[in-house]
Design a protein around this ligand. Structure first.
Ligand code: ZN
Length: 676
């Protein structure tokens, strides 16, 4: 998976006491705003103050390079997003009429949503927003009063611009979805993203098929950094580069990347300059060269993503959305993954599986844990909690990839979930709540580390098994295998010996949470009447239900009803751990032998169907908590401190106003023309 988004409902990450020592987290306000289905959080950049001046400067320049590209994502999402955003912002900053009425409030909410989604379509569902204020109010009150302040460059006149953007905002039939990937329709015609214009799906496919070299072992990512257009019967690419499309923003990005190269050490300095060359020329071979150098550089303390990267927003999966993340290594947490990775062979040799299915020689995958310092473009305000890049398959095969977990983002999710009432609603026993409070996050993190670093890579196939035998059940069973590996070892005394956990209490916290999630609370994300489909969710239900069933005679896991509410509780944690081991033995056997029938039976019996009564109850109880399902972040602000023309420090501040940050960026980092 290229991009790891938060798979567990945000409240499921246990609210937790983190080990971060330097900031007084208790007084830090994590959540600063909410509207609709969105909450806005802040994250802390732990360790920034301890960086050297040179490192701080590097972060500052990379931060500027990141923010400078903000407009690009708006334009990539929809051709008229910048015109709409600038119109709304002009009104927002200049309107002097009644700001207490419901229509103004609805207008403000709409603008907040547009900022959040980098456009007029929902960042996750891709559906166009429905304004809750009327077109009459917009035209006759807001635009009428603010007309003189609304920019319309790129359009013949303001009236001509309004003729385009007013229906784009208000007509539900127009541009209904940013991204359509259905069978049997022209997905380019049906989607209103701005990666193609005037081109049919068939024409685009033909265009790129012709470009690709047959059997090229190192194929260029054709189309990644361009818009494909048809004008006057001719189809051609408008390349995103200096002097090409998005030039004005790219010029700024280059300026700041060159500054960054000026304070960076080798090999990072050369790598940054290769990226600059790529932005100047648009040459995708240089992008490959950059990615290889970037992947090999695992030593630089400060790191970054900056470029046209993920292709999820293109229905044909080719065009890269612009994004940037600036970060540095979290030494303490990376130590955790290193200890696990260094002991990979011990874990393999002691796995509760048939010895014939153990790997004789195992290679631990090393992953680092990072602290985000700036999020931008496609990664702002909504952001992934982990990233694995680069995306080109041949580079991954020949040079590997970098896998990172963004620790201060998961921290913010966990901290902000604290006190939202979720645990009180769904966890019956006080001792479980307390353990989750104390060890929930450590348990989550360790489970994820073991799952990723060891679980997926463990075990081997029996002679004669090719892989692929488990077909549609393979990903659920594979996730179950990795999860069981993590769950089993989380309770192993070896973890105490390695200094990774203080006691078995960490496992107890994780087990209670995992079982509750698998059998109950994860259903909050599924519509009533629907089955569990997503493989990570199926895997959790499979494990929890299997252990419930197989521990029933000993009452290991129990359903308890109190005050008319259902709770699931774990009575015997030690026995639950051995059940995880027994299940892992069987799941590994199924994979190693390619036993499709047994795999299907497990998944169909335990992982798919939800008891409708329970589902209804869970949804109702969740609804009363009023928790927004999506979150995004605002960035800290960095400022150079200069004395006699020399940089002597970089200051970090944590603003706490979402609207102010958005307007600050729009007013100071808006480099692109309204129409591109
Ligand atoms: Zn996995």
């Amino acid at each position: 998976m290229k991009k790891v988004t938060l798979l567990i409902a945000s409240a499921m990450i246990a609210a937790l006491a983190t080990s971060c020592s330097e900031q007084n987290t208790a007084e830090f306000r994590w959540q600063i705003d909410n509207f609709d289905d969105i909450k806005i959080l802040r994250y802390q950049v732990h360790g920034f103050e301890q960086l050297s001046l040179e490192q701080k400067e590097l972060i500052y320049y990379l931060n500027q390079a990141a923010i400078s590209g903000r407009d690009i994502m708006f334009d990539q999402n929809f051709k008229y997003n910048l015109a709409i955003r600038r119109t709304l912002e002009a009104i927002y900053q200049n309107y002097t009429g009644d700001k207490e009425c419901a229509e103004w409030k609805a207008f403000e909410k709409y603008l907040k949503k547009v900022w959040f989604a980098n456009g007029i379509h929902h960042h996750y569902s891709n559906d166009k927003f429905k304004p809750e204020f009327s077109q009459e109010y917009f035209e006759n009150v807001l635009v009428a009063q603010c007309a003189a302040t609304i920019p319309n460059e790129g359009f013949e006149s303001q009236a001509a611009m309004m003729e385009i953007i007013v229906p784009a905002i208000f007509d539900p039939e127009l541009y209904p979805s940013k991204l359509v990937q259905a069978d049997g329709v022209d997905v380019l015609k049906a989607s209103s993203m701005n990666y193609y214009e005037g081109v049919s799906q068939a024409e685009a496919e033909r265009f790129y098929a012709k470009m690709a070299k047959k059997n090229d072992p190192r194929p260029i990512s054709y189309g990644l950094n361009s818009k494909l257009v048809k004008e006057g019967g001719k189809i051609y690419e408008k390349t995103y580069k200096l002097g090409g499309m998005y030039s004005a923003a790219i010029e700024q990005i280059i300026y700041w990347l060159e500054k960054a190269a000026g304070v960076a050490q080798e090999p990072q300095k050369s790598t940054l300059l290769t990226l600059v060359e790529y932005y100047k020329t648009g040459d995708l071979r240089l992008f490959d060269k950059f990615n290889i150098a970037w992947t090999k550089d695992t030593e630089s303390y400060i790191d970054y993503v900056n470029g046209f990267t993920e292709d999820y927003g293109d229905p044909l999966g080719r065009k890269g959305a612009w994004e940037s993340i600036v970060n540095f290594k979290n030494d303490e947490a990376t130590l955790r993954t290193k200890i696990i990775s260094d002991n990979a062979q011990w874990f393999e040799d002691n796995a509760p599986i048939n010895p014939a299915f153990r790997k004789a020689e195992v290679k631990g995958v090393s992953a680092k844990v990072i602290t985000a310092a700036t999020l931008a473009g496609d990664a702002y305000p909504a952001t992934p909690i982990g990233i694995n890049l680069p995306n080109a398959d041949w580079i991954r095969k020949e040079h590997g990839s970098k896998s990172v977990t963004i620790d201060n983002i998961t921290e913010a999710y966990a901290e902000s979930a604290h006190g939202n009432g979720f645990d009180e609603e769904f966890i019956l026993r006080k001792e479980d709540r307390q353990r989750i409070e104390e060890y929930g996050r450590l348990g989550d993190n360790l489970h994820t580390d073991i799952h990723e670093c060891l679980g997926h890579g463990s075990g081997q196939l029996a002679p004669g098994t090719k892989g692929g035998e488990l077909k549609q059940y393979s990903s659920t069973l594979e996730e179950a295998r990795a999860d069981l590996f993590g769950l089993y070892y989380l309770g192993d005394p070896k973890l105490v010996e390695l200094g990774l956990v203080p006691s078995f209490d960490v496992a107890k916290a994780q087990y209670a949470e995992y079982i509750m999630n698998g059998m109950m609370t994860q259903f909050t994300r599924i519509e009533l009447g629907k089955n569990v489909e997503e493989s990570h969710m199926r895997n959790r239900k499979l494990i929890a239900e299997w252990c419930y069933e197989h521990g029933k005679a000993e009452n290991v896991i129990e359903w308890v009803v109190e005050n008319g509410k259902r709770y699931v509780v774990v009575n015997d944690f030690e026995r639950l751990r051995t059940l995880f081991g027994e299940m892992l033995y069987e799941v590994q056997r199924i994979k190693s032998e390619g036993d499709f029938e047994a795999g299907r039976d497990l998944v169909e019996r335990y992982a798919v169907k939800i008891d409708p009564e329970l589902h209804k109850e869970v949804l109702e109880r969740y609804a009363t908590l009023n928790i927004q399902p999506y979150a995004g972040f605002i960035n800290p602000i960095y400022t150079l401190v200069e004395e006699d023309g020399k940089v002597v420090d970089v200051k970090i501040e944590y603003p706490d106003n979402y609207i102010e940050q958005m307007l600050y960026y729009s007013n100071n980092y808006s480099f692109l023309p309204t129409l591109n």
